[in-house]
Design a protein around this ligand. Structure first.
Ligand SMILES: [Zn+2]
Length: 351
């Protein structure tokens, strides 16, 4: 754990909320630093146990605890899920004139390491070093958007899902709707809450939508640790795409250079129903999709990743958030070189 900068030993109190995530980080620093996307697949024999992941109650408790400890943070409830769970927004709004970035995790409930990473990032903002950044940037976090899917508390069966543990996690919300295809109709309570009480309520400049993908994508013959994509809808201006590409550049530079990060271009669609596209088109927000390798639970084996990979994957998301917060705060995002996008290979299972 000695290299976990930003998380001072004294602050590492084992609240119930963070226990799981801290255990996962322990895995990272136990020595798989060279694992460039090579964490083991599930393949029927890797350990995938959902009981090491934070529950909804863990997340809510952690956020309330941090809200009490951090002066700069404010916790807001933006709405409720189908099953009545509060959807939390953790806000750091130091100056309305600052640029503002939104991080959204778990639109898909079976993609949970992004949430664990967000809890780490929120905790790290309490440190003096990171707190100084908040003078120059406003940050909004939604750590567990699809809490019903994350808890497997849904109105359809999850038979055949592979993970062991106290619960299954599913992509869909309780009504079996993919929330990341509801950004035009906005029919689900979760999507309504996001648009009405966050996207229309705050002057947001940037958004990163955090996801997990399958395990078998490659670039240049190597399995990737993740992939990125800017908006690809025809309904956004070239300038907005360019700003989104600059945000992606900061992520690429910081993650791909670690030795264990290996990033491809996500093969994404152009529909505005997808958050990356619809949010950019409707609000002029520069958006980036960030997909990490391997899902927390699924019925399809090639999508699930053994938990030995959890440490570096969580670290990858923490890096993504910390680097982008820093680059927006110091303005360096405006000078980010976007030329790498022209040669960034699209990931695929055979390339
Ligand atoms: Zn997803």
């Amino acid at each position: 754990m000695r290299r976990s900068s930003g998380f001072p030993r004294s602050a590492r109190r084992t609240t119930a909320a963070l226990t799981g995530a801290l255990l996962l980080t322990g895995t990272l620093f136990a020595g798989n630093a060279a694992a460039v996307g090579e964490g083991p697949d599930y393949q029927g024999n890797e350990t995938v146990n959902t009981s090491i992941l934070s529950t909804y109650d863990d997340v809510a408790g952690f956020l309330k605890d941090q809200d009490a400890k951090q002066d700069a943070m404010e916790l807001e409830v933006i709405g409720q899920t189908v099953k009545g769970r509060d959807i939390h927004l953790a806000k750091y709004m130091s100056d309305p004139d600052n640029p503002t970035i939104l991080y959204l995790a778990q639109q898909h409930g079976n993609e949970q390491l992004t949430t664990e990473a967000m809890l780490h990032t929120i905790k790290s903002l309490a440190s003096k070093h990171n707190a100084a950044l908040l003078d120059d940037v406003n940050v909004l976090f939604i750590p567990m958007f699809n809490a019903d899917g994350a808890m497997g508390d849904v109105n359809f069966p999850l038979d055949g899902y592979l993970a062991k543990g106290e619960r299954h996690l599913t992509r869909y919300n309780a009504n079996e709707v993919d929330l990341n295809r509801d950004h035009v109709a906005k029919e689900q309570p979760e999507t309504k809450a996001l648009h009405q009480n966050v996207l229309r309520a705050y002057d947001i400049d940037y958004a990163i939508d955090l996801h997990h993908q399958g395990t078998q994508s490659r670039v240049n013959g190597d399995l990737v640790s993740g992939s990125i994509l800017h908006p690809t809808t025809p309904d956004v201006s070239p300038e907005l795409v360019e700003r989104s590409k600059r945000l992606g550049s900061v992520v690429y530079e910081n993650v791909d250079s670690t030795g264990w990060g290996h990033i491809g271009r996500y093969a994404g669609g152009t529909a505005n129903t997808i958050g990356r596209n619809g949010i950019a088109a409707e609000y002029g927000i520069a958006t980036l999709l960030f997909e990490m390798r391997g899902m927390s639970d699924h019925e399809y084996e090639p999508y699930v990743l053994g938990q030995k990979s959890n440490g570096y994957l969580i670290r990858q998301s923490v890096l993504t958030m910390e680097a982008t917060i820093r680059s927006i705060a110091d303005g360096s995002v405006d000078r980010a070189d976007t030329s790498f996008w022209d040669t960034l290979p699209e990931q695929c299972s055979t390339c």
